[in-house]
Design a binder for this molecule. Structure first.
Ligand code: HSE
Length: 415
């Protein structure tokens, strides 16, 4: 497709942070032969702060003034729920197309925004909200027959993947790796949202809206972050032939099951080779598995995807979501587990296995006993079972042995 229906596009830009500034720079470099993207006005929190020079129109703290200028597109890069929600609902009511990269807003208010978009027949695009550098949401929305997805497993937080990789390779502390991710513009303004798994669970909720037409509050998803991962678990994961990755998982063939948490990933799993700030999603479709991998964070990658959304709207290619999303309850799935014990003296392996088995947790592989700082440690992989069984078994292990007992979910290599 080559025809553009608009010769220039006036953008109202909401937010001039890292991504907003990158978007303004990139839009200013629009090639001469294509539709000119002009930042007609920008919403900022503080008019006194220095801003990118690429904003042609007004800088304002008043969103209504920007909408009154009747821009061709509103690009929302504010983050958070309010005031983004109110402004975007107003834009859609005025039939101004919206592009957003705001997973927090979409995960919590996606139903309301989709309904507003459908009611006014006005596009709402959010390609950069999940796996920002890989354009797949729009592709799948336009390909409903090839893209019938029934489950997915992925890595959707670039900061967590980057940080775990740095810590796992032995040299860097968590704090230094997080500072590096912040410097590179990967981390959220509050990096606790990355480290506690909140960013990942919000993206998972957006994926569930998009692929499963289900609306789940991210707070209802089992969510853990990489901040809880211990060095000893990283070491034992490597000894067991894998690594620990920040994983999201969901399946909805029957009831919806999902989680967002760091998990043991065996080396033969496709996600094991997704490193650095890269993200990936492995989807089970009616016709086989699809793996999409690429940059998941960073101002330039995100801005490029946002700009492509704007160009889709300018070219008249953007459709309107017809599918409604239905509120849905979510359960935690049964998975394999990585169980780790650490203490001054560990119980015999057979006693540990017997105690776990008495709770229905059956182990199948173990590391050797490690020793450091006057402590012994050992990890086991356990066959799939539900979280409550594991928690009861760990509690019994702590009581029986006085040792520290930890558990992470573990993925199986897809058949
Ligand atoms: N903080 C997010 C990440 C940015 O690291 O993935 C992209 O959403």
């Amino acid at each position: 497709m080559t025809t553009c229906v608009a010769s220039s596009v006036d953008v109202a830009l909401l937010g001039c942070g890292n991504v907003g500034a990158a978007f303004a720079r990139l839009a200013a470099r629009t090639p001469e032969h294509s539709t000119a993207i002009r930042i007609a006005g920008a919403l900022v929190r503080d008019l006194a702060r220095p801003r990118p020079g690429a904003v042609a129109g007004r800088m304002t703290t008043d969103p209504r003034a920007l909408l009154d200028d009747a821009p061709s597109v509103v690009v929302e890069l504010l983050g958070g729920v309010e005031p983004a929600r109110t402004i975007l609902l107003e834009a859609l009511a005025r039939r101004i197309p919206v592009v957003t990269a705001n997973k927090t807003l979409l995960s919590r208010c996606g139903r309301e925004l989709r309904e507003a978009s459908a009611a006014s027949r006005t596009p709402l695009l959010y390609e950069a909200a999940v796996v920002a550098g890989v354009p797949f949401l729009g592709t799948f929305a336009r390909r409903p027959y090839t893209a019938t997805v029934s489950s997915l497993v992925g890595i959707v937080n670039g900061t967590s993947n980057f940080v775990l990789g740095r810590c796992g390779s032995g040299g860097t502390s968590l704090a230094r790796a997080v500072a590096e991710a912040q410097r590179l513009g990967y981390a959220e303004p509050d990096p606790r949202n990355d480290l506690a798994g909140i960013d990942a669970s919000e993206k998972l909720a957006v994926l569930l809206q998009h692929f499963a037409a289900r609306f789940v509050n991210p707070d209802a998803l089992e969510t853990n972050g990489i901040e809880s991962v211990e060095g000893i678990q990283l070491e034992h994961a490597a000894e067991l032939g894998g690594g620990i990755k920040p994983v999201v998982h969901a399946g909805w063939t029957n009831a919806l099951e999902a989680f967002a948490a760091p998990a043991f990933v065996p080396a033969a799993h496709p996600l094991a080779r997704v490193d650095g700030v890269d993200n990936a999603i492995l989807m089970t479709t009616a016709h086989g598995r699809l793996l999409l991998q690429g940059p998941g964070a960073g101002p330039e990658a995100t801005a490029a995807t946002v700009l492509d959304d704007v160009r889709e709207i300018a070219a008249g290619w953007a459709g309107v979501h017809d599918a409604t999303v239905s509120p849905c309850t979510v359960a935690a799935p049964e998975t394999e587990w990585l169980i780790t014990l650490r203490g001054t003296r560990l119980a015999a392996a057979r006693d540990v296995a017997d105690l776990l088995a008495s709770f229905g947790v059956f182990t199948h592989r173990a590391t050797a006993i490690g020793a450091s700082d006057g402590h012994q440690s050992r990890s086991w992989l356990a066959w799939p079972c539900a979280r409550p069984r594991v928690e009861l078994a760990l509690s019994a292990l702590r009581n029986a042995s006085g040792c520290e007992a930890l558990a992470l979910r573990a993925l199986e290599v897809p058949a």
